[in-house]
Design a protein around this ligand. Structure first.
Ligand SMILES: [Zn+2]
Length: 302
């Protein structure tokens, strides 16, 4: 089965002991493209390092909403500098998180806005994390409004991106009409282990709506292990005790199945879920993923 993982934090300390083996396992599982996003200046630089080290890895540079108020001007300068490298194929991850509120909303908004501008300036899509407070949709509604204000879905973004998606909704979470608004602006949507969680039932409906050429799949490793990741799998064993102690970086560090480190090879579980929702075979889903990835992220040609 052909696979991609459009969002895996392989630079996280959870992989320090066995990063090369994890990447080899991803290759054996059929993963042909793997995108490593940063969450702050250091992890963005590390993502580029991995893209230089491993054939098949691409990097993204950005500052996560959790880090929006602690990032310094020098950190932002680093992100801007990294974004100019051809191996950095996207801007992120960034976005809004009103669930855990690790940074005040104003700081998150200012951080989001500079990333959206950088995406338009570089022609590299923004990778967007978006989580609302429990039972609400405040972050999703604000994200769509901010993107419209920045020119996404209008001439500003179309002039830069043409038919390519100008942004990706990473680890999709939210109501159907939010997905529709994002698709209307030309965005790509990536599904991950979050779809298996209670409260995320709308994702099953959204999974059937996304056009093949804008459908991505991801793990958000080391987080969000989907059900079915064996507790004693080779990777989990090597990482025993690691999950939950990794650097806090993104949504749902504690979500998924406790004590289980997610890794790119498990993207297969979400691919099978996706195939079922779309009335397709996993293999036929797989055939669409690499072209969708390549249509979204402009990889350097060697
Ligand atoms: Zn992430």
């Amino acid at each position: 089965m052909r696979l991609i993982d459009s969002h895996a934090h392989l630079q996280a300390s959870a992989f320090d002991a066995d990063r090369g083996e994890v990447f080899a396992a991803a290759r054996r599982a059929g993963i042909e493209r793997l995108l490593v996003p940063g969450w702050d200046a250091g992890s963005s630089a590390a993502a580029l390092g991995l893209a230089m080290e491993f054939d098949g890895i691409d990097a993204a540079a950005g500052i996560h909403p959790h880090d929006a108020s602690t990032a310094t001007p020098a950190d932002w300068e680093t992100v801007v500098r990294l974004a100019a490298d051809p191996r950095v194929v996207a801007i992120g991850e960034t976005g809004l998180d009103f669930d855990r509120m690790h940074a005040p909303a104003e700081a998150q908004l200012a951080n989001l806005r500079r990333h959206l501008r950088l995406a338009l300036d570089t022609g590299k899509p923004a990778i967007l994390h978006c989580r609302s407070a429990v039972g609400r949709r405040d972050a999703q509604d604000m994200l769509i409004a901010e993107m419209r204000a920045a020119g996404f879905g209008a001439a500003a973004a179309r002039g830069v991106f043409g038919d390519r998606p100008p942004a990706v909704l990473h680890s999709f979470s939210g109501p159907v009409d939010y997905a529709a608004a994002a698709l209307d602006m030309g965005l790509a949507i990536a599904f991950g282990g979050l779809v298996f969680r209670k409260g995320e039932e709308a994702s099953a409906e959204v999974a059937a709506l996304v056009p093949t050429e804008r459908l991505l799949i991801e793990t958000d490793s080391p987080y969000l292990a989907p059900p079915g990741v064996p507790r004693n799998s080779a990777t989990a064993e090597r990482a025993s005790g690691v999950a939950g102690t990794a650097a806090p970086l993104t949504s749902d560090g504690t979500a998924g199945f406790r004590g289980r480190r997610n890794s790119p090879e498990w993207v297969r579980i979400t691919a099978e879920w996706l195939a079922e929702r779309r009335g397709a075979t996993p293999d036929s889903i797989g055939e669409g993923l690499v072209p969708a990835y390549d249509a979204t992220f402009r990889r350097p040609t060697t």
